[in-house]
Ligand binder design. Sequence first.
Ligand code: ZN
Length: 308
Amino acid sequence: MGWEWRESSFVWFRDVSPRDGLQAEHVVLKTEDKVQLVNGLARAGLPRIEVTSFVSPQWLPQMADAEEVMAAIDRKPGVVYSVLVPNPKGAERAIATKPDEMTVFVSASETHNQKNVHRSIAESLKGFQDVWAMAKPRGITVSAVIVTAFGCPYEGVVSLDAVLDLAGRLRDLGIHEIALGDTVGVAHPKQVAGMVRAFREKLPDVQLALHFHDTRGTALANLLAAVGSGATRFETALGGIGGSPFSPGAGGNLSTEDSVYCLTEMGIQTGIDLDQLLTITRFLVEKLGHDVPSKVFHAGGKMVPVNK
Ligand code: ZN
């Protein structure tokens, strides 16, 4: 592909299964099961966990117990517990539950933003300004996700310049960690490598994270292209569950287990214990009552020698 491979020796994962994953499920997990999921992820070594969402329960009944979940989880020292907030109203609810981080989201395309949150990109950014003003004095970090950063179900191709421009506007608001989401799973490795390089060059003061969906089977390849281009932060979901209920055609998230297995085998550290992680996957599958897409969950983290 004509690029120099430059991986980092450590990669950070944020598991988004308790939010991005569960919000796409028809089965609504009990509050205590959500709490067990979050605590299990922390025990397995996840440095960052997206616990829940403060989107109105009217839109997202699966997350109606956001306050209860936040109150009941253990807070393992060093782990960043983040919550998704759509607007200042959501942030107000979230702040009362003392998250370490609030994540706001905006689409790279105007049409998707309108369909997703019923306002323009400019209106979303204005709201983030208020969220940031509420968070800062309380020592809560604000990060952002640019969804449909690699392609939009309504507008098609999203230009690299449009994404970098939007990221720059978020940075100007005081947001210094931005995740680029391939919401509908159309990104390919060459596109990802180009995006990561351009982003790091244009916004060197912003922490870049990547969020891939495996709708077309390219998610792990995209993660590797990003790692090889120097990216160190990823958002993945246990079991590979998820897919947005608001994005037509969205498939599951890239699986945390598959990502951790692959990077660990390559000698890249993640701080995550794969065996412990798979224990939580088994718990999740039992509670969901259906299978999950993760390959490593099915095959196991170790090769079992065949007895001849
Ligand atoms: Zn996702």
